[in-house]
Design a protein around this ligand. Structure first.
Ligand SMILES: N[C@@H](CCC(=O)N[C@@H](CS)C(=O)NCC(=O)O)C(=O)O
Length: 251
C-alpha cells in the first residue's frame, strides 16, 4: 500500500515544524504544506489549532497538534526507521530531551531571540527588547549549553542511534544560527561537533537551503517563493494578511 500524503500547517522557519519535516524526511513520508506563520492564521486556523500554534498535521479527517505528539504519531504509523530508542529507559530520556528543547530552548531561542528579531519587529512593528535578547544570548543559552555539553557524545548521536532527541535540540540551534548565535567550539566542543553532524544530515541540509531563501522574504510572499523552489505548497491557506497575537504569552 502506498504511503499517505500528510498535510502540514506551519512555516519552515519554525523549529517545531522543522522537527516534524525532518522526521518525515527520514521516514520517507510525503507532505503538502500551508507554510503560514501562526500570527497570520485566521479563524479557521484557530479552529484547528486552539493555541494558535504551529505545526498542525492533518491526516484525512484527523487533526493533530503539537510537534511531539505529531512525531510520535508518525512513529506509531511508520515505525521504521525508528526515531525512538528501543530501550524503555533510553526512550524516556529521548522524550525528556525533546521536552527540554521544546520548553526551555523554545523559551530562550524562539521567544526571547528569534521572535524578537523576526515577527515582533516586522509583523507587529514593536521594538526589540535588547536587554532580554542579550540576556538570552549571553546568559540563558550558555547555561543551556553548559547543561547539554556533558551529555553530548564523542561521536554519533545523543542516545547512540539518531533519535527524536537529536532532531529536536538541533532544530532549535538552527534557529539560534538564524539570529547569528554560533555554538562556541572552544567552550562546548562536543555540542558544536554534534550540532555540525546533526545539521549535516541530508534532510536538515535540504531544509536549510529553503530556510535561507525565505528568511528575508516578507511572510505574506513566502508561499510564492516556496512554490518556485518546488515545495508542495497548497493553494488553500489558513493564513490572512492581518497579524494577531497568540493565545500563549510570548516576550
Ligand atoms: N509545544 C508546541 C509548541 C509550538 C510552538 O510554540 N510553535 C510556535 C512557532 S515557532 C508558535 O506557533 N508560536 C505562536 C504562539 O505561541 O503564539 C509544539 O511542540 O508544537
Amino acid at each position: 500500500m502506498s504511503k499517505p500524503v500528510y498535510h502540514i500547517v506551519g512555516s519552515y522557519l519554525s523549529p517545531y515544524v522543522r522537527k516534524v519535516l525532518v522526521c518525515m524526511g527520514i521516514k520517507g513520508l510525503r507532505y503538502t504544506i500551508d507554510p503560514i506563520a501562526p500570527f497570520l492564521g485566521g479563524d479557521d486556523f484557530e479552529k484547528l489549532s486552539p493555541l494558535r500554534r504551529i505545526p498542525v498535521l492533518i491526516d484525512g479527517p484527523r487533526v493533530i497538534n503539537d510537534s511531539s505528539v505529531i512525531c510520535q504519531y508518525l512513529e506509531d504509523r511508520h515505525p521504521t526507521p525508528s526515531l525512538y530508542p528501543a530501550d524503555i529507559g533510553e526512550r524516556a530520556q529521548a522524550r525528556w530531551l525533546e521536552e527540554y528543547a521544546d520548553a526551555r530552548l523554545g523559551e530562550v531561542i524562539v521567544a526571547k531571540m528569534f521572535y524578537q528579531r523576526g515577527p515582533k519587529r516586522f509583523l507587529f512593528k514593536e521594538d526589540l527588547d535588547e536587554a532580554s535578547f542579550n540576556h538570552a544570548r549571553d546568559v540563558d543559552l550558555p547555561a543551556c549549553l553548559d547543561w547539554l555539553e556533558p551529555q553530548m557524545p564523542q561521536d554519533g548521536y545523543l542516545l547512540g542511534a539518531l533519535s527524536i532527541a537529536d532532531l529536536s535540540i538541533a532544530s532549535f540551534f538552527r534557529n539560534a544560527g538564524l539570529v547569528r548565535f554560533e555554538v562556541d567550539a572552544a567552550r562546548w566542543p562536543r555540542t558544536a561537533a554534534w550540532l555540525r553532524r546533526t545539521l549535516g544530515l541530508p534532510e536538515f541540509v535540504r531544509l536549510a537551503k529553503i530556510e535561507d531563501t525565505i528568511a528575508r522574504v516578507p511572510l505574506t510572499e513566502q508561499a510564492t517563493v516556496l512554490r518556485e523552489l518546488g515545495e508542495p505548497v497548497t493553494q488553500d491557506t489558513l493564513g490572512t494578511s492581518t497579524p494577531r497575537k497568540g493565545v500563549m504569552r510570548l516576550d
